[in-house]
Design a protein around this ligand. Structure first.
Ligand SMILES: Nc1nc2c(ncn2[C@@H]2O[C@H](COP(=O)(O)OP(=O)(O)OP(=O)(O)O)[C@@H](O)[C@H]2O)c(=O)[nH]1
Ligand SMILES: [Mg+2]
Length: 301
């Protein structure tokens, strides 16, 4: 498992690893040590605000612990990065008190929502859970067929309506089916861009309301999908969606396609939303629960 994840992170690791190795030598910590670390973090897309916060906390910790040598500072930095990414709650998906656990998956077009849903279904099925998918993107041509294809590939059932139909009606039907069939997870796809006059946020709000009315407490997860290759744009997207619905977690996709995976470190700190899952490829196996420890270890491997 670690292998697969580490491979997916190769580009980001390339950007971090050699430079970090050069940083944590057996010599004394001097001001240029912090300058260099700042540069490494910024070039890996950690972002200026988060980088400065890391540097400040790092300086304080080193002082507290009276650490003078660079190589002894490495574990302190690792721990700090992990803290930065950890949510208050344990990561992983929420589980509803009784099935189904309903997940609404949102995000702008092309970030990888539909692929992430397929991968999630695969992951959950491997854990022995029954999964139902709702083809809630009724707007983009062929979006329903795309999810249908994935449903076949991962062996999940799917509820769909005609293209052009009301997404909330699809989700309502899917939710009733999920309750009747006692499936563990219902995962609802959504459109990333609407080809009608309807506003994307209004549509998402409606999806959220309709699910809540059909089953109290649902949706249990509202997962925002962000494309890691777009870096800090994603943080702006998070703020945009947060205005409409309470986002409970982020799925960060395409980490395999960027050397700037440092954005993972900034997401939680900048948005308050924990990264719950990460995508590292286009295949059904290429999604994992996000583990900050594992991520940091992979960067320093
Ligand atoms: N390399 C890589 N590609 C990915 C990953 N996730 C998704 N993709 C690719 O990104 C493209 C868009 O993925 P979709 O899942 O269709 O994105 P979407 O958000 O559902 O798009 P819309 O429905 O148009 O809004 C596809 O070509 C996917 O194969 C990933 O983790 N890594
Ligand atoms: Mg899609």
């Amino acid at each position: 498992m670690l292998e697969q994840f580490v491979k997916g992170l190769n580009k980001t690791r390339g950007a971090f690893k050699s430079r970090l190795e050069g940083l944590f030598t057996r010599s004394e910590i001097s001001p240029d040590f912090f300058e260099e670390l700042e540069e490494i973090l910024i070039s890996a897309d950690v972002g200026l605000g988060t980088t400065l916060e890391i540097i400040e906390l790092f300086r304080e910790r080193l002082k507290e612990e009276k650490i003078k040598l660079r190589d002894e500072a490495q574990d302190i930095l690792k721990a700090l990065l992990v803290e930065m990414m950890e949510g208050e709650a344990a990561s992983g998906l929420v589980s509803a008190p009784s099935p189904p656990t309903v997940c609404l998956v949102v995000g702008v077009n092309g970030v990888g929502k539909t692929t992430a849903i397929a991968k999630m279904a695969h992951l959950l099925k491997n854990e022995g859970r029954e999964v139902l998918l709702a083809a809630g993107d009724t707007f983009r041509a062929a979006a329903i067929e795309q999810l249908e294809e994935w449903a076949k590939t991962v062996g999940a059932d799917l509820v769909k309506h005609q293209a052009g139909g009301d997404p909330s009606a699809v989700m309502y039907d899917a939710l009733n089916a999920a309750v009747a069939r006692k499936v563990d997870y219902l995962i609802c796809d959504t459109a990333g861009r609407l080809h009608t006059k309807a506003n994307l946020l209004e549509e998402i709000k409606k999806n959220y309301r309709v699910l809540g009315r059909a089953l109290e407490g649902s949706p249990h997860e509202v997962l925002l999908v962000l494309d890691a290759t777009t870096g800090h744009n994603g943080i702006a997207q998070a703020r945009y969606f947060q205005e409409a619905v309470p986002i409970s977690g982020i799925i960060l996709t395409k980490l395999d396609g960027t050397a700037r995976g440092g954005v993972v470190i900034a997401v939680k700190q900048q948005t308050g939303i924990p990264v719950k899952m990460v995508g590292v490829g286009e295949k059904k196996e290429d999604l994992e629960y996000f583990d900050p420890h594992k991520f940091v270890e992979a960067l320093f491997l």
